[in-house]
Design a binder for this molecule. Sequence first.
Ligand SMILES: *Cc1c(COP(=O)(O)O)cnc(C)c1O
Length: 380
Amino acid sequence: MTSSPAAQRSVPFNQLKPGVDAVRAELDAAIARVLDSGRFLMGPELERFEHAFAAYHSPEVRAAGVGSGTDAITIALRALGMQPGDEVLVPANAGVPPVAATVAAGCVPVFCEVDPRTHALDPGALQDLVSSPPQATLRPRAVLVVHLYGQPAQIDTLAQIAHATGLKVVEDCAQAHGATLSSRKVGTFGDAAAFSFYPTKNLGALGDGGAVLSRDPAVAERAKRLRMYGWRERYRSEEHGTVSRLSELQAALLGVKLRHLDRWNAARRRVAQRYRARLEGVVELLPPEGVFHLFVIRSAQRDALKAFLRERGVGTDVHYPLPAHLQVPYARYGRGSGSLPITEQLAHDVLSLPMYPELSDDDVDYVAEQVRAFAARHGA
Ligand SMILES: *Cc1c(COP(=O)(O)O)cnc(C)c1O
């Protein structure tokens, strides 16, 4: 394609290799340590990482490593005492995992509208749902708050509303490792928090991984039982559990990467600031807070903009094109098309631009220039 006369630049949506290359010697040493140890599951690397990950957040929390972010949500809900059939308030704009995890816990997802500014649960909508529920039978026992795109939700207000009505709060921090609200880390506000270490996340393993965080030691301990057959001790099940372990290898690799997380998040913020300086007033932007797992803009002509950028070598993605309440397996928990107008509008408008810590200034400038060119021709 020769749509532009100059040699065309290519800016991928994401790249994982540069982050690995930057700390390669440390990762190699961690891999060698695990190989030399001859121990591959439930050993000292897991324990060391759990301590480091908890300490990174607060001296008051404990961590339990698990097999994925989705499992972390399921296990967090169960560790907080959710029973089969219990209703859990969830957003529908955060992809399938939060809803799939809720269903996997045996719970019933109840979709809740989001704030068009933060794209996270709207405190007003939560207040309305709990004070004047649409169905008299609604008895939610928990709310799942997703810090979407690395942008902190109004978790202090949401937790206040939830706790005032006896709801448990689970924070989904899969996209927000290291994000803070009033200098307090997300994941420390709720009754429990779930993290994913999927390779593309701000803190990513080289495979699957996840963690549950809680201020309540009993909840963290229960999460540790639930991740392995509900064992209290070897071969003695106290309750029905699953198998969802974080391996020694992934724990060792994550221990290395955790030491670089703040630096990588700072680099993401610099990329975001540069985008913002060039796109303010051109397209709709999210607030400047957070750790920018993704850099998301809104455009009424999203699909045309996406195609325009693709022609100019710019990779983009959409998070997420189809809300959970309109997906085949979960539609039965919702009230159909039109029931969540803000969520549905966002699914139509959002576009994620290239974002990773090593993205160069020149690449950011090029991407922003193409977005501006589109807006000049077609409007935003
Ligand atoms: C990635 C993600 C998850 C699931 O994590 P996995 O490790 O892929 O299971 C859950 N919630 C959100 C918001 C995510 O982005």
